[in-house]
Structures are given as structure tokens and as C-alpha cells.
Design a binder for this molecule. Structure first.
Ligand code: FAD
Length: 471
């Protein structure tokens, strides 16, 4: 008998995490109903509210592999092997992410990936999708969800609300989760949300016309970054040979979004601060004035699960409600890990269900215990990485530190692994990666102090020698 035999799961949200989770649960034999507030992207195209492309790395690849989808996704991805730094003046500088040439993060289309996941889940037996259905409320005692049908009248929508019961309700409905909102009003539920003083806006670099068709206007196998101390722009390549650029600027202040209001101001500002950009992006002034500014939120909460209290007539179990992906842990995007972490949640929840033979009273607490500290760790590291990307990557001290890290990694591969590599190219749990990085950082500091003492000692010795020789 399959683990999920006869048990019904309702997933709220057919985004990246919800659709992958549906694949995993279908493979375990559950009956799955996925409710999504947006229209069906298979019919109407992807209507996304977020960035156009994303960086997929080891954890996300492992998550996709668990559903047999990694190769298909990677076939469409563009590997990025390092950062290409664009200074205000002077030449571009490439900084490899790793000493291993095969280590890369992969630029993928968010809309394309979401569509692929929905199609993969919909093909599996036992999975049904319902689009244009907004979750309004959730029942926790007897796990259930209330939806509003938002389909247009010509598609049969009448704006009605309906309620569905399930053994397990999964909140995969993103950073502003309706499922989490219901869990929040329970006694002793921990919750915090904080916004950065920076927002983001997307711009575009089109493909340029080459001799044999469209070609990339910049090096495609790199994440391009324009660090400007306190703010920055990045660009990731797309398969159509364009780049999607994202400005991460403060809302206010001299380098802030609020400061540029007219086409002349925008043009002058970019020419002064991002001088190579206007030639790459002919429509940047119009894009800047038209495209929205979105905010960047970190959400932390615990516990990620709530047991039901009323046994379900059909299965006799009390069931439960659980959060995955951004609903459980929205993080800022500076380590490129939000989706990767969400896919790791899917793997972890499926593994807990397998380990406990589908017993939710044991699987859900174990999942929460396994994941919460790791989500906390990556949330903190993502904020720290923002400071590194915008303020430090262009500095000599930073480049020297990276070189030293790569050298130590090459000499002591089993003992010294730079933090970036542990986060992006391994599946070492985030919390463990952070602890190891703290220990390694102490070693680097000790090496630097030791080197300083030795060099200082030698210099002092030479000076004393010269003074003596000079009489
Ligand atoms: P979402 O993708 O937000 O999906 C939630 C789904 O739930 C949506 O389809 C939504 O319509 C639906 N929904 C919401 N409310 C309801 C409701 N009430 N009823 C029904 N349905 C509902 N991550 C990376 O790993 N790498 C990156 O390079 C990266 N870059 C990023 C860049 C930016 C600018 C941003 C903002 C984020 C980035 N992320 C990145 C993070 C990544 O986008 C998220 O972590 C990821 O989308 C989380 O997936 P999710 O399925 O949990 O949530």
C-alpha cells in the first residue's frame, strides 16, 4: 500500500514550491488538489508578480531531481560561473565563484520553470489543479480551506465561495500566505516580518544583432554586477540572449528610486553611475519610468505546522496544516536561495512522510524541526550577502580574501570550503554551513594575523640589521 493511499491533500498555491510538492506527493500515492489564485498559465501564459529569471543551484537541482525534472530544467538553463564586476570606470573584472570550473549557478526562466512544474504535476495520477481560486481562510481543527472562485463569468465563474476538507493542507502561497495568516492567530505562534530599506526594479538588455542572428550583448556565463556602495544593479542572462537587470536601490536618498522622476534625471543618473549601461539598454529610460518598484521582505515564523484536532470521518486521522517555501520563510534574494530553499522543503517534507509511513503526527513536527533553523540561517546569510555584493565585491581586500579562500579550498578541499560554495554548490544544511563558515573565518583571521606578525617581524629584523650595520 502506498504511503498516501486514500489520503487527500490540498495545496494552496501553484507557484514553484506548490507545484513541485504536488509531484512529490503524487509519487507517494496521495490524492492532491492544488488551488491557485492566478489564471492557468497553460492557457493564458505566465502572469508573474516577481523577477523574470532566477538562479538555480545545488539544492534546487536536488529538489527537481527527486521528481525526475532536473535534466529537463538544466537543458534550458544558462550556467553562470562567476561575477562580472562593472566598475564606474576601468575594465570589467571576472571573479570565479569556485576553484572548480564545473561549479556554476544556473539562470532559468521563472515562468518557464513554473509552467514545466505544473505540467509535470498535472500529468501524474491523482493531481488536479484549480486556477482563479483565491484562498480566503483555513480551518485548522478539521483541516479545510475556503476559496473564492475568481474565474471570469465567460469561463463559468460566479464569484462563489466553497470549502474543501483534507487530511493535509499545505500552505505554498508565498510570502503573504493566507494559510500562515490563519496560523498566526494561534496562541504561541512566533512571527516576524521586516522590510529592507531597499526595493527592486527590473530593466532589460535586449539581444544585439550579430552576423548569424541575435547574440548576447555581454558575457553570458556570468552574473553581471554593478556594485555602487549602498546600492547595486545585477543582470542575469536569458535563453533568448537578452539579460534581465535588477536594480537594488534604497527607496529614498541620492541613489534612491524616489530621486529620479523625469527622463532627463534618469538619463543623467545612469550616464554618471552606470556609464556602460545606456549603450546596452536602448529603452532604459522608458523602462525605468514605467516598471514598478517592489519591496524586499524577510518573514520568519514557527512552528510551520499545526496538528488537526478533529478526526476525519473518511480516514480517522486528525490531519494537519503545514507551510512550505516563502509562506514559511520569505528571504531577500541576495544569495539566490529562496526557491532553492523552497525546493529543499519539498524534499524534506516528502522524506519525513516516507520515514514515518505517512503518519502526520510524527512527520510534520520532524519536518519543522529539520527545517526551521536552516531557514533562519539562510535568511540571515542572505542579508549579509547583500552588504557583500553592493559594498565589498569591488574592493581589493575582498578580492584578496576570495583568492585566499579559493587557495585554501584547493589545498584543503575536505576541510576548508568557502561559504558561497557550501550554500550554492553543496547541500550541507544552511545552519551547518554558517557554523563552518564562522569557524573558517576565525582561521583566516588567525592566518592574517600570523602572516602580519611574521612579515612585521621580518621587516623589524631587517630594520634592526640595517641600523646596526649603519652603526
Ligand atoms: P511563490 O513563487 O510566491 O508562489 C506562491 C503561489 O501562491 C503564487 O502562484 C501565488 O499566486 C499563489 N497564491 C498566493 N496567495 C494565494 C491565495 N490566497 N490563494 C491561492 N493562491 C495564492 N530564489 C532563488 O532561489 N534564486 C534566485 O535567483 C532568486 N531571485 C529572486 C529575485 C527576486 C527579485 C525575488 C523577489 C525573489 C527571488 N528568489 C530567488 C526567491 C524566489 O522567487 C522565491 O523564494 C520562490 O518564488 C518561492 O516559491 P513559492 O512557491 O514558495 O512562492
Amino acid at each position: 500500500m502506498a504511503i498516501g493511499d486514500g489520503k487527500k491533500v490540498v495545496i494552496v498555491g501553484a507557484g514553484l514550491a506548490g507545484s513541485l510538492m504536488a509531484c512529490y506527493l503524487a509519487d507517494l500515492g496521495y490524492e492532491i488538489h492544488v488551488y491557485e489564485r492566478r489564471p492557468d498559465p497553460r492557457k493564458k501564459g505566465y502572469v508573474g508578480g516577481r523577477s523574470i529569471n532566477l538562479a538555480l543551484s545545488a539544492r534546487g537541482i536536488k529538489g527537481l531531481a527527486g521528481a525526475g525534472l532536473d535534466k529537463k530544467v538544466l537543458a534550458e538553463a544558462i550556467p553562470m560561473r562567476g561575477r562580472m564586476v562593472h566598475p564606474v570606470s576601468g575594465p570589467l573584472a571576472f571573479q570565479a565563484y569556485s576553484k572548480n570550473r564545473s561549479d556554476a549557478i544556473n539562470s532559468i526562466s521563472r515562468g518557464g520553470l513554473n509552467l514545466l512544474l505544473i505540467e509535470a504535476a498535472a500529468k501524474r495520477p491523482g493531481v488536479k489543479f484549480y486556477f482563479d481560486q483565491r484562498c480566503l481562510d483555513v480551518g485548522l481543527d478539521a483541516p479545510s480551506v475556503t476559496f473564492k472562485d475568481q474565474r471570469p463569468a465567460e469561463e463559468g465563474g460566479a464569484g462563489l465561495t466553497g470549502r474543501v476538507e483534507a487530511d493535509l493542507v499545505i500552505g505554498a502561497d508565498g510570502a503573504f500566505s493566507a494559510v500562515r495568516a490563519r496560523m498566526q492567530i494561534q496562541d504561541r505562534f512566533e512571527y516576524s516580518q521586516s522590510y529592507l530599506g531597499h526595493g527592486y526594479k527590473e530593466l532589460h538588455i535586449p539581444a544585439r544583432r550579430g552576423r548569424s542572428g541575435p547574440e548576447f550583448a555581454m558575457e553570458p556565463n556570468a552574473l553581471h554586477i554593478w556594485p555602487r556602495g549602498g546600492s547595486m544593479m545585477i543582470a542575469l542572462p536569458n535563453p533568448d540572449k537578452s539579460f534581465t537587470c535588477t536594480l537594488f536601490w534604497p527607496f529614498e536618498g541620492p541613489h534612491g528610486f524616489g530621486n529620479l522622476k523625469t527622463p532627463e534625471q534618469v538619463e543623467r543618473f545612469f550616464k554618471g553611475n552606470y556609464p556602460d549601461f545606456p549603450a546596452l539598454s536602448p529603452s532604459f529610460v522608458q523602462d525605468y519610468l514605467t516598471n514598478p518598484v517592489s519591496s524586499l521582505v524577510t518573514v520568519r515564523c514557527a512552528p510551520w505546522w499545526t496538528p488537526g484536532s478533529k478526526p476525519r470521518q473518511i480516514t480517522g486521522g486528525v490531519g494537519g496544516t503545514v507551510l512550505i517555501g516563502d509562506a514559511a520563510h520569505a528571504i531577500v534574494p541576495f544569495f539566490g536561495q529562496g526557491m532553492n530553499c523552497a525546493f529543499e522543503d519539498c524534499t524534506a517534507l516528502a522524506e519525513c512522510l516516507k520515514r514515518f509511513g505517512g503518519d502526520l503526527t510524527r512527520a510534520l513536527p520532524q519536518y519543522g524541526e529539520d527545517r526551521t533553523d536552516n531557514a533562519e540561517a539562510i535568511a540571515d546569510m542572505a542579508i549579509t550577502n547583500f552588504i557583500e555584493m553592493r559594498d565589498k565585491v569591488a574592493s581589493r581586500a575582498f578580492r584578496a580574501k576570495k583568492k585566499l579562500e579559493h587557495a585554501l579550498h584547493a589545498i584543503l578541499p575536505g576541510h576548508f570550503v568557502p561559504l558561497y560554495n557550501m550554500v550554492s554548490f553543496s547541500t550541507i544544511p544552511y545552519a551547518e554551513a554558517r557554523r563552518r563558515a564562522q569557524r573558517q573565518s576565525q582561521v583566516i583571521q588567525a592566518v592574517a594575523i600570523w602572516a602580519g606578525v611574521v612579515v612585521g617581524g621580518l621587516a623589524l629584523g631587517m630594520l634592526i640589521g640595517r641600523l646596526r650595520a649603519g652603526g
